[in-house]
Design a protein around this ligand. Structure first.
Ligand SMILES: Cc1cc2nc3c(=O)[nH]c(=O)nc-3n(C[C@H](O)[C@H](O)[C@H](O)COP(=O)(O)OP(=O)(O)OC[C@H]3O[C@@H](n4cnc5c(N)ncnc54)[C@H](O)[C@@H]3O)c2cc1C
Length: 566
């Protein structure tokens, strides 16, 4: 067994931030990641990171409080306002720390950090490095983690969170290279395992690594999961691959056009806002145009950048041009890009407070797998990268203060958990079923997309809940997995699929129960927000028969809920 004071699972921005912060405070930290940290999905982030720096023309009056207001309004008032305030107050400091650590942000002509407008933001507040912001931030933080001597276990796949005797004692890992299970005991464990987009894998911007298994591992260990029904669809996924075309395209002035040649957003929001409406509203608008026959091939609309001109596209959106040319053979300098809404972000996650603490002693969560909750029912673009670094750093600090008096992991507990995983592997490899797990996964994604997507209703969602239950029952009878020791990706993916099934079940069951529309959760049978009954967070707790739902209050205090108009 390996033992560290603090184990972080996840090498994206949240995990790296937590590890660096704790290491700076003298803690023995190990960071475990199923892929090499710089291959974490944070590296795919494009458009930017929000902070009220007031650098841009038209943004001089911006402030952290205005950032907080926009975030809370964007969340359709489901966000916990204390956590939002912490995040927006911390934002400028985060940007300066990243800049000092070497992150190559784009610049204004006078040399300040450049900022672009993003949806739902009252001011141009999104700091960016062309359209590769996540890549730059991830490299910057990885360098810092190396500099501070964080211990890395790369290509170690966590298959179990060990919670025994009322506290978290570490994790069980599967070392992909050797094929061995390895217990890693710790007095404090943090999950920073990223989003769950692959539950919708037929139409998502998320990488294959964003499976949601981290959330399911926590759920299976008894940790409550919050607001998992809130799933963000980004308005502009490339058609048909769903690769993201950043909101920065519209921030730089891109238009959305239907088959009549109209900038149709004028029919959904004020002419002042147009393409810079929040994502929930813009995605519904695009899907409505497509559903009502004003799309192209009944499948997509156009994102038109041509009027921005070659120089601006090459300077601010070079990656978008590359992707569009490589994947659909469209040069945005000359032609509009085909786009459709695609699953993009998981607003819900492991239930934490504003200090990244969960209900379980010694277990913490930060980043997209966590729900603090700063995004409520709809995240604003540019706020997720911020969330990862702010709460990663906070978590690293909180854990460092907890550790001096924290109990150590018990070797017997860790060895018992190890034995359970070895038995699970054996039983998966000796199964006599005939169901193909990968086929089940494809069916799951199709059901979720069709019945728990942008527009939802009771009948469809009840059918989805039933389908997920059936798929889970069929999963009990899957074909035996491969037994090779080295790089046994069959074991990895079958474990991921088990997580997908329960993650999907939490989305569907939470969504059918919530009889209102709020942010990204839009019900055609309950089209209005209902604060009287539903201004509350959904909590899912694991039971063998499916999630047990309960509710808890939203923390208000700064801004009273009001009708959301743009
Ligand atoms: C295409 C795209 C573009 C985006 N652009 C922006 C943007 O411009 N601005 C913005 O604010 N947000 C953006 N987002 C959202 C943002 O990038 C993510 O929410 C954020 O980067 C998530 O970071 P994270 O640290 O929580 O997780 P990730 O970066 O996803 O990292 C997860 C880590 O967990 C590890 N892991 C997971 N499960 C296990 C396991 N079982 N065992 C071991 N390791 C495990 C993985 O290996 C990985 O290291 C974008 C998202 C996408 C998909």
């Amino acid at each position: 067994m390996k033992t560290h004071q603090f184990v972080v699972v996840g090498g994206g921005l949240a995990g790296l931030s937590a590890a660096i912060e704790a290491k700076k405070r003298g803690i023995d930290v190990a960071l475990i990641s199923k892929v090499h940290p710089v291959r974490s999905h944070s590296g795919a982030a494009q458009g930017g990171i929000n902070a009220a720096l007031a650098n841009a023309e038209g943004g001089k009056d911006d402030s952290p409080d205005r950032h907080a207001y926009d975030t809370i309004k964007g969340s359709d008032f489901l966000a916990d306002q204390d956590a939002v305030k912490i995040m927006t107050d911390a934002a400028p400091g985060v940007i300066f720390r990243m800049e000092h650590a070497g992150c190559p942000f784009s610049r204004t002509p006078e040399g300040k950090i450049a900022q672009r407008p993003f949806g739902g933001a009252g001011y141009p507040r999104t700091c960016y490095g062309t359209d590769k912001t996540g890549h730059y931030l991830l490299q910057t933080l990885f360098e810092q983690a190396v500099k501070h001597n964080v211990t890395f276990y790369s290509e170690w796949f966590v298959t179990k969170l060990v919670v025994r005797d009322g506290r978290c004692q570490g994790v069980i890992c599967f070392d992909l290279e050797s094929g061995d299970f390895i217990p890693v005991g710790a007095s404090a464990t943090m999950f920073a395992t990223g989003g769950s987009g692959r539950v919708y894998s037929t139409n998502t911007t998320n990488a294959h690594t964003s499976t949601g298994l981290g959330v399911s591992l926590a759920y299976w260990a008894g940790v409550p999961i919050k607001d998992f029904e809130f799933v963000q669809f980004h308005p502009t996924g490339l058609y048909p691959s769903s690769i993201l075309m950043t909101e920065g395209c519209r921030g730089e002035g891109g238009y959305l056009i239907n088959n009549k040649g109209e900038r149709f957003m004028k029919n959904y929001v004020s002419e002042k806002i147009m393409e810079l409406a929040p994502r929930d509203i813009t995605s519904r608008a695009i899907q409505t145009e497509i559903n009502q026959g004003r799309g192209f091939e009944d499948a997509y609309v156009h994102l038109d950048l041509r009027h921005l001109g070659e120089a601006k596209i090459m300077e601010r959106l070079p990656g978008i041009r590359d992707l569009s040319m490589s994947f659909v053979n469209v040069d945005p300098i000359k032609e509009p890009i085909p786009v459709r809404p695609s699953q993009h972000y998981t607003m819900g996650g492991i239930d934490t407070n504003e200090k990244t603490e969960t209900e379980i002693q010694g277990f913490y969560a930060a980043g997209e797998c966590a729900c603090a909750s700063v995004h409520g029912a709809n995240r604003l673009g540019g706020n997720s990268l911020l969330d990862t670094i702010v709460f990663g750093e906070i978590g690293g600090g909180v854990v460092s203060e907890y550790l001096p008096n924290a109990p150590s992991p018990a070797e017997k507990v860790m060895n018992d958990a190890l034995a359970e995983e070895e038995v699970r592997f054996q039983s998966l490899s000796k199964g006599s079923g005939n169901e193909n797990a990968y086929q089940l996964k494809n069916e799951l994604s199709a059901v979720m997309l069709e019945r728990v997507g942008i527009f939802r209703n009771k009948k469809d969602m009840e059918m989805a809940c039933q389908s997920v239950r059936n798929l889970k029952a069929r999963f009990e009878k899957i074909l035996p997995i491969k037994t090779n020791k080295k790089f046994n990706y069959d074991f990895l993916w079958v474990t991921e699929i088990a997580g997908n099934l329960d993650a999907a079940q939490m989305v569907a069951e939470g969504a059918v129960a919530r009889e209102e529309s709020r942010g990204a959760h839009f019900r055609t049978d309950f089209p209005k927000r209902n604060d009287q009954e539903w201004l509350k967070h959904t909590i899912c707790r694991y039971t063998p028969d499916g999630p047990q739902l309960s509710y808890k209050a939203v923390k208000l205090g700064l801004y009273a809920p009001e009708e959301r108009k743009y």
